[in-house]
Write a protein that binds this ligand. Structure first.
Ligand code: GTB
Length: 215
């Protein structure tokens, strides 16, 4: 059955793979599933055809036969359940992998998104510098805790899993902030993930879309 995902026709990240379709592409590449891409131009995000796929008018979405999904975490989870390779078979290990997916999305990602809001939406405000400092402290608190737990481990909990896809992609959104460099083990964790052939294929695929559609 054909899998189709939606992605930005023209991503603002200039092909850096920071938009959330990258997580989905990476999960599909890890499990070896081909997929098609539906490009969504900015003006179509809030039109009925796209709102039917995602009521919030966002990318990514995932279509597979009669199934339509939105929310990148739910999509990566579905891919990990549907195809072998991204979730452990052992019940307890599986529960922990799912826990880490939730941790990435609901504990680590929110302050990182707050930082993007300060950077892109609140630019020029007199208090932007103070907000940056506050948000960066909240991010550092999370990175300290994550770094302490990861230690010298290769992946979050035993073998590479959907949890690592989700966490690494969340952390990557800090690229350019200087914060990741304060945590050598987290930087090494990201580099390990980026060295995976599936990551490279997914990254190249999103970059090709950016290059084909740049203005
Ligand atoms: N919780 C949802 C999920 O995980 O799927 C959030 C989805 C989301 O925010 N999607 C963004 C979107 O569709 C794209 S990824 N925005 C358009 C809208 O809301 O109208 C966010 C994103 C955008 C751009 C960059 N960038 O340029 O670096 C990075 C991340």
């Amino acid at each position: 059955m054909t899998i189709t995902i939606t992605v930005f026709e023209r991503s603002l990240d200039e092909g850096r793979g920071l938009a959330r379709d990258m997580r989905v592409r990476w999960a599909l590449a890890e499990v070896g599933q081909p997929y098609e891409v539906r490009l969504v131009p900015w003006e179509a995000f809030k039109e009925p055809a796209h709102l039917a796929r995602n009521p919030f008018g966002q990318i990514p979405t995932y279509e597979e036969g009669d199934l339509t999904l939105f929310e990148s975490g739910a999509i990566v989870f579905h891919i990990a359940e549907r195809f072998p390779g991204l979730l452990p078979k052992d019940v307890d290990a599986r529960a922990r992998a799912i826990m880490w997916m939730f941790a990435a999305l609901s504990t680590v990602e929110p302050p990182i998104i707050d930082r993007e809001i300060v950077e892109y939406v609140e630019g020029g405000k007199s208090w932007q510098g103070e907000r940056f400092a506050m948000v960066d402290e909240r991010i550092r608190a999370r990175l300290n805790q994550l770094s302490a737990r990861l230690g010298d481990a290769e992946w979050l909990d035993g073998a590479f899993s959907a949890a690592d896809i989700t966490m690494v992609h969340v952390l990557r959104r800090l690229e350019g902030s200087g914060l990741l460099e304060e945590y050598p083990n987290l930087s090494a964790y990201i580099a390990r993930a980026e060295a995976r052939p599936a990551y490279k294929r997914a990254f190249a695929a999103q970059l090709a879309v950016f290059e084909a559609n740049r203005g």
